[in-house]
Design a protein. Structure first.
Length: 610
């Protein structure tokens, strides 16, 4: 459009065509396009590579440099007899994400947007507004309506015609055409050029401006109707649904094992900067790219812009966080799974800021599992869930008494890496990775109770009455009883039958009428709780409460606790345990007799089926 305009202007000035002049203008235009292409395709990538190495050049300096490039291209276009906007437009095409990188391109776009909306756009539209005449609404109303109608139909049908060959259907093309109806700014620029060249008068210019305004204003309404129409027909496709495949940032032994199992149902790509690991992954039949995942070009080459899932599991927690941030904010990957480095503050910050999920459902010693996988010490164990449970519960149950991690989760035929956002229901399949010589994963009811029990790690000393009030408040919503009633029961039970069984150990337990289930609270009192008549403070407490009809399980729970605390070294391990979860694992990993009440056969009672 802008390349032809100078020829039209010249014809308007001379009232006749001059073939020689036309050839000169055409030659200049071709020379401009050839020079611009060489600069854009050959020089700009080298310039961008230099800028990436020149770390001291900030965003503002880069913006000024590319602004100068845009003005230079505009001037080149003017010297070639074309309009400056064509040169600036070509500069924008060549300074694309492939050259700049997504992050830098995004930063520059923010600066351009702020500059345009805050300064250039108001000047442009105010200048155009001074040349607009409102008289067209009375003198040329039918022409205005006709131009608006032709422009709307032309944009929409033009989009549909070129969209049909994509195979996505004419209806989707129609809705996209409705969104293209708002591309009116260039029309105003073209109208201004035509007015200044004398090709159109003020009335036609005003009609074109109002046409651009009206067509742009219809976009929200047309898009809303169009999207509702596609949704009603079941043809609305979201961008996330068009993504597919899994990108794994690591080629370590555990990452390769995960990639191999997922490759049966997904396209899987691995990235690692370790060449040897990449060669091993290739030898195992995995698609692998050797490179640094912190480099956007490497991520782009690996298809980060098209994958639906990204698994980040390197040995460096900071690298994991940075890669997760890049793939989430730059490549807009919908689902990002991050291995837990063991830092709860960092994990929670990442999860809340970037909405990433924790891989495997909990913290993992990656180096240990890489060694086990590489040394062929592990086996895959597919199991079926017998009940609904949370990923955290399953992770904790899988950790004890054997070392085991949930690797995959399959629901309705869809296999994905197991993570803390997985929705686990009865009938779902979970693939476990466990040691070759590990015994069958067995849990009894007491293990499940401990896995979901609240744990109190008290740092300050307390008296029995304050302690029972605190515990009763935790149990009240679980048992559906008033806190005051439970507190009174505990105090009365303690008065009639003291709960201190051994020096340093107490097991307060009560039977609660109409209680919906059996509950336990696990307590470590670092400074101790002094019960009346006892010479030593109590540091270990198991508080039990349940309905009278479950007396048998009550006795089995007491038996399980007795076996746990009598193990050699228990008291020392209890005192030095790192946190509440370490206390939980100390109980779950204890060697004791387990009562497989619900499943007397080899079926797993923790909710899994071998």
């Amino acid at each position: 459009m802008f390349a032809v305009l100078p020829v039209v202007e010249q014809h308007t000035d001379t009232s006749q065509f001059d073939v020689n002049n036309i050839l000169v203008v055409t030659g200049k235009a071709l020379l401009f396009f050839a020079g611009a292409s060489v600069l854009g395709l050959k020089v700009f990538p080298l310039l961008a590579h230099f800028l990436r190495r020149f770390e001291q050049m900030g965003r503002q300096s880069t913006f000024m440099l590319f602004l100068l490039i845009a003005f230079s291209f505009a001037e080149m276009a003017e010297l070639a007899g074309l309009h400056g906007i064509l040169g600036a437009f070509l500069a924008g095409l060549f300074l694309r994400e492939h050259v700049l990188g997504r992050s830098q391109s995004k930063d520059l776009m923010e600066l351009v947007r702020d500059t345009s909306l805050g300064f250039l756009a108001p000047v442009f539209f105010v200048t155009a507004g001074f040349m607009v005449s409102l008289d067209v609404f009375s003198t040329d109303l039918m022409l205005l309506i006709s131009v608006i109608g032709v422009a709307t139909v032309g944009k929409i049908l033009g989009t549909v015609l070129f969209y049909i060959p994509t195979g996505h259907g004419w209806r989707e093309g129609l809705v996209i055409g409705a969104s293209m109806n708002g591309r009116g700014a260039v029309e105003i620029i073209f109208a201004q050029l035509g007015l200044s060249a004398g090709l159109i008068d003020q009335n036609i210019f005003s009609i074109l401006v109002f046409m651009a305004i009206f067509t742009t204003a219809t976009v929200p309404m047309l898009l809303k109707w169009g999207v509702a129409w596609l949704h009603g027909r079941g043809e609305l496709v979201r961008s996330e649904e068009e993504r597919s495949g899994i990108l794994i940032v690591s080629a370590g032994p555990l990452a390769r094992r995960l990639g191999l199992t997922l490759s049966a149902s997904h396209d899987v790509m691995l990235i690692d900067r370790n060449k040897d690991l990449c060669e091993r992954a290739l030898a195992e039949g995995l698609q692998t790219l050797h490179g640094n995942a912190l480099d956007e070009r490497v991520l782009s080459e690996a298809g980060a812009g098209h994958v639906r899932y990204c698994v980040v599991m390197t040995a460096n927690a900071e690298v994991n966080a940075l890669v997760a941030q890049i793939v989430r904010t730059v490549f807009f990957v919908p689902e990002v799974f991050l291995i837990d480095s063991g830092d709860p503050d960092g994990r929670d910050a990442m999860a809340s800021h970037l909405h990433v999920q924790t891989l495997f459902g909990g913290p993992l010693d990656l180096a240990a599992w890489d060694y086990r996988v590489d040394d062929e010490q592990v086996r895959m164990s597919p199991v079926v869930l017998e009940r609904t449970l949370t990923p955290g519960t399953l992770f904790r149950e899988a950790q004890a008494p054997t070392s085991c991690i949930p690797l995959l989760h399959e629901k309705n035929g869809i296999v994905l890496p197991f993570h803390d956002g997985s929705v686990l229901e009865a009938g779902d399949r979970v693939t476990l990775l466990q040691l070759q010589d590990a015994p069958p994963l067995e849990r009894d009811r007491f293990d499940r109770l401990v896995a979901n029990a609240p744990i109190l790690d008290l740092a300050q000393p307390m008296d029995p009455e304050g302690f029972f009030t605190l515990v009763a408040g935790m149990l009240a919503p679980r048992l559906g009883q008033p806190t005051e009633r439970l507190t009174e029961q505990f105090l009365q039970r303690e008065k009639n039958n003291p709960s201190v069984l051994l020096p340093g150990l107490a097991i307060p337990h009560i039977l609660v009428e109409d209680a919906p289930a059996f509950e336990i609270v696990i307590v470590r009192a670092r400074q101790g709780i002094r019960f009346p008549g006892e010479s030593e403070p109590v540091h270990t407490l198991f508080v039990l409460a349940g309905p009278p009809e479950q007396r048998t399980f009550h006795l089995r729970a007491l038996s399980a606790i007795a076996q746990i605390v009598q193990r050699a070294g228990f008291e020392k391990d209890w005192q030095v345990a790192r946190d509440s979860e370490a206390l939980r694992q100390l109980i779950l990993q204890a060697d004791r007799q387990r009562f497989l009440i619900e499943q007397p056969t080899r079926r797993v009672t923790s909710g899994l089926e071998k």
